[in-house]
Design a protein around this ligand. Structure first.
Ligand SMILES: Cc1ncc(COP(=O)(O)O)c(C=O)c1O
Length: 349
């Protein structure tokens, strides 16, 4: 049995979640008649302080629906260079919406409004139209960093003053909520639209949702159908998401505590370096000295000792705590990291 730290998406539904899914009342959601999906959407919209919400199959679909519903072909969006929307969605903004991405180098994914202020294209027939700004909180490639709320508020005020829409990829917004104590609606207020995932830290098997103004969500619903994302008796899976929302948010503090245990092991082990140096939530990103091998070889060595981590770059590994990693397993994984890496012989040049 591996201690699987590759991602917070590897969790299995708990017995309580499966029971809720089995008992779910369902209907045809394309007819808008699934009571469980409707309850999830209403509950989420209320939690985020938005007029409406829409359940969709994945975080990628949620983000890409929002990009399309905010833009026209020939528009441009601004985002951090390491964000998910730009790096890990197959160029969906270009493929699905005819939108270019203009990237800005963030500080572990965090942008300051001063970096954006000169990025709006003038009204000129040679140029794309700057239309949308996308932020990510917590930031995956930024090492699970929480976006400082005041930075978001400053970007939001600037975006509104300049007629730009602001979208949040909040796949792990739940982790930011628990790490800071700032409620969901405070985090969501500066944004026009927010995407959240139930299938990451919250441990549901399937599903994400977007939230925003009622007319936007009506447009998003049309785009969901265009993308082939209309689901029928989706209440079966939405019940897992509802269960997760009601039962698995507060417990994310355990994942954050367990991530600190892993972070200490990484910080103590010669040849490993935390990037960023401070772990704030459930993601532990670290760099490996090439003298010890590559991300792949070190991941292979850890796997032989029962710990799975994700090689996220040539010298970069990601370890992620989640619902299916207990405190005892985090301690054990930390010890395995210490022992395994300290026994790796330097690679001969
Ligand atoms: C920050 C972020 N946004 C969006 C997604 C996409 O979610 P999905 O895998 O459900 O498409 C991920 C997936 O890991 C993510 O980390």
């Amino acid at each position: 049995m591996f201690i699987d730290l590759r991602s917070d998406t590897v969790t299995r539904p708990t017995a309580g979640m499966r029971a809720a899914m089995t008992a779910a009342e369902v209907g045809d959601d394309v007819f808008d008649e699934d009571p469980t999906v409707n309850r999830l959407q209403e509950q989420l919209a209320a939690l985020l302080g938005k007029e409406a919400a829409l359940y969709v199959s994945s975080g990628t679909m949620s983000n890409q629906i929002c990009v399309k519903a905010h833009t026209q072909p020939g528009d441009e969006l601004l985002c951090d260079a390491s964000c998910h929307i730009y790096n890990y969605e197959q160029g969906g903004a270009a493929v699905l919406s005819g939108v270019t991405c203009r990237t800005v180098e963030g500080d572990y994914g965090i942008l300051d409004v001063s970096q954006l202020e000169d990025k709006i294209r003038p009204d000129n027939e040679h140029l794309v139209r700057t239309r949308l700004v996308c932020l990510e909180n917590t930031h995956n490639r930024g090492g699970g960093k929480v976006y400082p709320l005041e930075k978001i508020q400053a970007i939001s005020a600037w975006a509104r003053a300049n007629g730009l829409a602001l979208h949040l990829d909040g796949a792990r917004l739940w982790n930011a909520i628990v790490a800071t104590g700032i409620p969901a609606c405070e985090w969501a207020r500066p944004f026009d639209t927010v995407s959240v995932c139930f299938s990451k830290g919250l441990g549901a098997p399937i599903g994400s949702a977007l939230a925003g103004p009622r007319d936007f969500v009506a447009r998003a619903r049309r785009v969901r159908k265009l993308f082939g994302g209309g689901m029928r008796q989706a209440g079966v899976v939405a019940a897992g998401a509802l269960y997760a929302l009601e039962n698995h948010v507060e417990r994310l503090t355990e994942d954050h505590r367990n991530a600190q245990v892993l972070a200490r092991a990484v910080a103590d082990t010669p040849g490993l370096r935390l990037v960023p140096p401070k772990v704030e939530t459930n993601l532990v990103w670290f760099w490996i000295d090439p003298e010890l091998g590559t991300a792949k070889t070190v991941a292979g060595a850890l796997k032989e000792h029962g710990v799975r981590v994700h090689p996220a770059g040539p010298q970069t590994l990601r370890a992620c705590t989640h619902l299916d990693v207990s405190a005892a397993q985090a301690e054990r994984a930390a010890e395995i990291i210490r022992q395994t890496v300290s026994h790796l012989a330097p690679v001969k040049a």
